[in-house]
Ligand binder design. Structure first.
Ligand code: NCD
Length: 309
């Protein structure tokens, strides 16, 4: 077993393949344990803090649910209006304070690198729940878990990532995990929102097969997994740019049925308009099962970084 005790979870690039496998196995174990009982007592007497400086539905509530299912307690905030950040407190001071209360800290913050700053000042392990357009490693881990459980394996598959690959932190973290496996990546984005060159260059240097295109339909023909993302209005400075880009890629039921009926479809959610709702009832539409997997992954991570498993 790898020793995760005391470790921060900051970046998809921090993991070896063995570590990823350890987390996957621990998550699978959590899934099985929850079949036996609704609440475990693994984290009894422990406190998790969820500090959300940016909007969230799934990440925050699934971390909180995960901690409750582990038998632990939760403190935190879902927006900054009622906290001392509104009085001008620095992130470092807020973290030093929360560190006196909680055994593990989850943070989401609009600035790239903020989770790392938090980890530098906190003694408790810090988990990055999304740092601006940077990284979102727990989402990437649950995405990988979902692909494995939907497809039965991870190697030898073609994954199409589509949408906002420039600012999308879930895909930035995801490719850092996928690179350890024998899979091919096809990146589909408008030119303005393509995956940063330093990421694609590094992937290619590491031997990952990466293709880039602006054409979703041609990519879909080859896809085992299609990972859709939303165009993120809040990351674009120019509202006119958002209007131009927001309907660029829309996956419809007809497209899936005609081009690639067997494809597995993922989305980190929230969805805006990039997957029509009639796709939801297709057998390959896995995005709500993906949400559920977030509980198992986050239970595993909380228990691992606190040394409880
Ligand atoms: C994503 C995020 O916050 O980066 N959502 C999530 O955590 N499930 C994706 C998004 O907001 O588009």
């Amino acid at each position: 077993m790898h020793d995760f005790k005391g470790k921060d979870i900051l970046d998809g690039a921090q993991f070896t393949r063995n570590e990823i496998e350890t987390i996957m196995d621990a998550a699978e174990d959590m899934r099985l344990r929850l079949e036996e009982s609704r609440v475990l007592d693994l984290m009894k007497e422990y406190i998790l803090a969820t500090l959300f400086f940016e909007p969230s539905t799934r990440t925050r509530l699934s971390f909180e649910t995960a901690m409750h299912r582990l038998g632990g307690e939760v403190v935190g905030f879902a927006s900054t209006g009622t906290t001392s950040s509104a009085k001008g407190e620095s992130l470092a001071d807020t973290i030093r304070t929360i560190d006196q209360y909680a055994d593990v800290i989850v943070i989401r913050h609009p600035e790239i690198g903020s989770a790392k700053v938090a980890a530098e000042v906190a003694i408790s392990p810090v988990i990055n729940g999304g740092d601006g357009a940077g990284q979102h490693p727990t989402q990437a881990l649950l995405d990988l878990f979902t692909i494995r459980s939907e497809r039965g394996h991870f190697d030898d598959i073609t994954i199409v990532l589509c949408g906002d690959l420039k600012y999308g932190r879930t895909v930035h973290a995801g490719v850092e995990l996928y690179k350890h496996y024998d899979c091919s990546l096809i990146l589909v984005a408008p030119d303005q929102l393509s995956m940063p060159h330093e990421i694609t260059a590094r992937l290619r240097e590491g031997g990952v097969k990466v293709e880039e295109t602006t054409d979703l339909e041609s990519a879909l023909k080859k896809a085992d997994v299609l990972y859709m993302t939303r165009i993120q209005k809040e990351r674009l400075e120019d509202p006119a740019e958002y209007e131009r880009l927001k309907s660029r890629y829309i996956l419809t039921r007809e497209m899936v049925e005609q081009i690639r009926p067997e494809v597995t479809i993922l989305h980190p959610l929230p969805r805006v308009n990039e997957i029509t709702t009639d796709v939801d009832s297709l057998p390959g539409a896995a995005y709500f099962r993906q949400v559920k997997n977030g509980i198992y992954i986050r239970m595993a991570l909380i228990a691992l970084v606190t040394g409880r498993i």
